[in-house]
Design a protein around this ligand. Structure first.
Ligand code: SPD
Length: 286
């Protein structure tokens, strides 16, 4: 989808549809895994960061915009948070935010690419933080699509899909069969969330993803935020639940326990971001 090129020395860019999204910095490690090209950079503005196949994934001084947004509406909204599944998320940031919730007893993190985990632990240790040594974390390097297909009915309270863009290893994380399994493995009161791309730079993928989730779950709500290193800087995460949009009403006790440590998320921020649906997207989804 995008190419990682270095058009001028000292810049690392993601290229998409005639626009480049770049950081000034240097590549400090790069290798092709069996799944994708994995690149670690050191940037002036955001510290060390990760690209997969030339697309921005995360960076030390930027990651909270993404990880707080994908995690806390789900973990503050689910009836229980005892058993959490994260598909993808090999940098550890989503796991770190989940494990700030004291009610989490087991977090299964299933990442397809062992090199992403290895290099995130080595080069970006602050992103996973204490998650990597937390006994509640069960890390599996394996196929998340097969994991959800094989998981028993009603086996998780929260399912989080923290994949990359729908090309290469993440392509199968955006289709009906996958979403149906995610719904099947949720317990009553359970909440599902997936990163659902940019309403501008990936407009059609975004609309298709929300539509499909509405068909599978009966309802789904995109939340809009900002990840300035991603194409257009405008991003979305779409939430659904087995028994109504409970993710819109954060549990006050759980919210209070995590809000103090957040840079971006708060119940108020979340309320605004669920309401901030662009008019044309709202019409397209109607
Ligand atoms: N275009 C970038 C989409 C990336 C989504 N996942 C990011 C991984 C952060 N844990």
């Amino acid at each position: 989808m995008s190419e990682h090129e270095a058009p001028c020395p000292g810049w690392i860019d993601e290229h998409l549809n005639g626009v480049r999204y770049g950081l000034e910095g240097t590549v400090i490690a790069e290798q092709s895994s069996p799944y994708q090209r994995v690149t670690i950079i050191d940037s002036l503005a955001y510290g060390k960061g990760l690209l997969l196949d030339g697309c921005w994934m995360t960076a030390e001084r930027q990651e909270r915009h993404y990880h707080e947004a994908i995690v806390h509406p789900a973990l503050c909204g689910a009836a229980s948070v005892e058993r959490v599944l994260v598909i993808g998320g090999g940098d550890g940031g989503t796991a770190r935010e989940c494990l700030r919730h004291a009610g989490v007893r087991q977090l299964d993190l299933v990442e397809i690419d062992g090199l992403v985990v290895e290099w995130s632990q080595h080069y970006l240790p602050a992103i996973g933080g204490s998650a990597w040594s937390d006994p509640r974390l069960q890390l599996t390097v394996g196929d998340g699509i097969a994991w959800v297909a094989d998981a028993p009915n009603a086996s998780y309270d929260v399912v989080i899909v923290d994949g990359s863009d729908p090309a290469g290893p993440a392509e199968g994380l955006f289709n009906r069969a996958f979403f149906e399994h995610c719904r099947r493995i949720l317990r009553p009161g359970g909440v599902f969330v997936t990163q659902s791309e940019s309403p501008e730079a990936f407009r059609q993928v975004h609309i298709d993803t929300v539509r499909l989730l509405r068909q599978v779950f009966g309802h789904a709500d995109p939340l809009y935020g900002w990840v300035s290193m991603y194409p257009s800087g405008w991003w979305s995460w779409t939430f659904a639940a087995v028994d109504g949009p409970r993710y819109r009403q954060p549990d006050p006790t759980r919210a209070a326990a995590v809000a103090e440590g957040c840079q971006i998320w708060s119940p108020r921020w979340q309320r605004g971001c669920f309401e901030a649906i662009p008019a044309a997207i709202e019409r397209a989804l109607a």
